[in-house]
Write a protein that binds this ligand. Structure first.
Ligand SMILES: Nc1ncnc2c1ncn2[C@@H]1O[C@H](COP(=O)(O)OP(=O)(O)OP(=O)(O)O)[C@@H](O)[C@H]1O
Ligand SMILES: C[C@@](O)(CCO)CC(=O)[O-]
Ligand SMILES: [Mg+2]
Length: 399
């Protein structure tokens, strides 16, 4: 089978409120970032399947004949893809040589790639191709890098199988899919997230697919179309952590101390709902200092809750202390345990305060930058732009 070349991208995300609680059926508010992951799919004619993942230093090729041996039991299971195919996962783990324990970065990314590739192509004619992925997002730092990766894999393979159209017209630089196609992309990306995360809520892949700001509750995605323009400072503490490990740790704690932990999750739920209400008010009445005071208070309370549920880290406490010294309020974002924090900037936060805060954070060894939120969801990019995009990526990583 010959596939058409394509280039797709998906954004990372920041969770304003509701990380971890969302895994246990509570509300989360999340927003896309202007940092994206790009995936280029190129057909080959030498019977190999190759993957280049420069962000995690992973470059692998397989013979199609090796991969075909893994598919002998596969049927056309597309309609029952809500659950992971445990037999396929087991075979793939054996194939890549990790039969027990948690997977490292490289093994998780390879497993997600092979799972989606074999699920979509394995029951038919399997194409020889190269997939190259590069990202502006820090990997494993709370900004949804795994979801952006999974969304890109899903979108590119679904385009390649012809399950969704290749939406780009000749004169367009980017193109999006219709709602039904986005739902299909999102459901396959969720499978990738399950491989990487273990027990994801689905909020990260939903933001990577649709972009913008959304409210997520038990798999239900409600886009928030009217939201105020928030200024957010992102800080990457560079402390490595794994979302899978942290999500499992929280689950253990809830099982061990349910009467203590469940009220905390309920309070996080109320924080997300109150935040949503305040954000909505800010779009239909003049924005006042009081709105920001409440948003800041919610950030502080949630950060304490996240420490209580065991996903804080001294580096994140430092972010909170350094920003508080300048009158700013911060919390961790994503799975915590290190990774990134977000700081809410007020409209009146002047550049002296901002520059001073950024300098203090950089002096702690962290990366930080002001970000714009609400970027577009996954989309098809013009393949002719691949060279400039690679160049931008290389210059970012070299800097
Ligand atoms: N650009 C990429 N190339 C290949 N694999 C990637 C890439 N980005 C992420 N991954 C995969 O996702 C894993 C990181 O996922 P993880 O869920 O732990 O962090 P995150 O998604 O960045 O943070 P969070 O889930 O808290 O938002 C990596 O170890 C790797 O397996
Ligand atoms: C920690 C978590 O709530 C957010 C990770 O970005 C996990 C999830 O929702 O899948
Ligand atoms: Mg993730």
């Amino acid at each position: 089978m010959e596939v058409r070349d394509c280039l797709v991208s998906a954004p990372g995300k920041a969770i304003l409120h509701g990380e971890h609680a969302v895994v246990h059926g509570k509300v989360a508010l999340a927003v896309s970032l202007n940092l994206r992951t790009y995936l280029q799919l190129k057909a080959r004619s030498d019977g190999k399947v190759c993957i280049n993942l420069p962000n995690i230093d992973t470059f692998v090729c397989w013979e199609l004949s090796e991969l075909k041996q893994l598919t002998s039991f596969l049927s056309d299971k597309k309609e029952e893809m809500q659950r992971l195919d445990a037999e396929l996962v087991k075979r793939l783990r054996e194939f890549i040589g990790v039969t027990n324990g948690n997977l490292d970065s490289s093994a998780s990314a390879i497993l997600a790639f092979l799972y989606i590739y074999l699920s979509l192509f394995g029951s038919g004619d399997m194409p020889s191709l190269t997939v190259s992925v590069w990202s502006e997002l820090p990997t494993g730092a709370g900004l949804g890098s795994s979801a952006a990766y999974s969304v890109c894999l899903a979108a590119a393979f679904l385009c390649a199988t012809g399950n969704i159209p290749t939406p780009l017209k000749e004169w367009e630089q980017t193109g999006r899919w219709c709602q039904e196609d986005l739902e299909l992309i999102n459901s396959w990306a969720f499978q990738g997230e399950k491989i990487i995360h273990g027990n994801p809520s689905g909020v990260d892949n939903a933001v990577g697919t649709w972009g913008g700001m959304l409210r997520f509750l038990a798999g239900k995605i409600i886009p928030l179309s009217r939201v105020p323009l928030l200024r957010i400072l992102l800080t990457n503490t560079k402390v490595p952590r794994s979302t899978k490990v942290l999500v499992a740790r929280v689950k253990d704690k809830i099982n061990k101390l349910p009467s203590i932990m469940i009220p905390v999750l309920d309070s996080v739920d109320a924080i997300s709902c109150t935040c949503e209400k305040v954000l909505t008010e800010m779009t239909c009445e003049p924005i006042t200092g009081d709105h920001y005071n409440i948003l800041e208070e919610l950030i502080d309370i949630n950060q304490h809750h996240l420490n209580v549920i065991g996903v804080g880290h001294p580096s994140l406490d430092t972010v909170c202390q350094v920003t508080a010294a300048r009158g700013l309020h911060s919390k961790l974002t994503g799975a915590g345990g290190g990774g990134c924090g977000i700081t809410l900037l007020r409209p009146e936060t002047d550049s002296t305060t901002l520059q001073g805060t950024m300098k203090d954070l950089r002096d702690c060894g962290y990366d930080c930058w002001e970000t714009s939120i609400g970027g577009p969801g996954c989309r098809k990019e013009d393949s002719r732009r691949v060279r400039p995009l690679w160049r931008i990526w290389i210059s970012i990583t070299v800097l």
